[in-house]
Design a protein around this ligand. Sequence first.
Ligand code: ZN
Length: 237
Amino acid sequence: MTRITIYNEFVHEQTDEAVREVYPQGIHEAIASFLRGDDVQVRCFTLDTVEGITDEVLDSTDVMIWWGHLRHHLVPDEVAQRVKDAVNKGMGIIFLHSGHHSKPFRLLMGTSCNLTWREDGDMERIWNVCPSHPIAQGIGRYFELPHVETYGEPFGIPQPDEVVFIGWYEGGEVFRSGCTFHRENGRIFYFQPGHETFPIFYDPNVQTIIRNAVAWAKPVYRIPVLEAPHVVRPGQE
Ligand code: ZN
């Protein structure tokens, strides 16, 4: 059983007709619908219910998926801290697209996470630069998304543990579009595609990558509390 918790801000889909047309049930439902299965449970939270992301919810989450954009500042600091602590204990997490500026991502990275961006509907060619990586399985040498929001370097993240995908855009920019990080016991994947006005979460390659990332980030070990154990000599435990 894999237990997934999705947070989606869910503001654009209610305030912007162009976004509602693409994601009538919200981005969270678009993602949940290709992840749900006999062996996969999915719970969703939105900005309206963000306080519901409690320690109990996080303790019973294998992998969290985070999509946010213009209302990052309205996510309470306590929730962001809980998410960070849960990752350190072993929960996996996937940050999508503009989640690069979310409070939990910035807390986990410890850097600005700034980037350059342009909204011209460029085509993105996503190169698979780590074909042996579990997240890249089923993905060819590259695939293309006909319209995306362009994100450009420099991307203000710490050096990733692995760069799995590099995006190239018609305008000439490149971006580290798929990066992994480890924080204490937890695994983190950042994935750049996912702008709200384009049907990116219906793309089969994007769905494969998110499914693979869930499997990769699912914890193999969790510690119950984030406390420093006292020092005991080996053999005297
Ligand atoms: Zn965007």
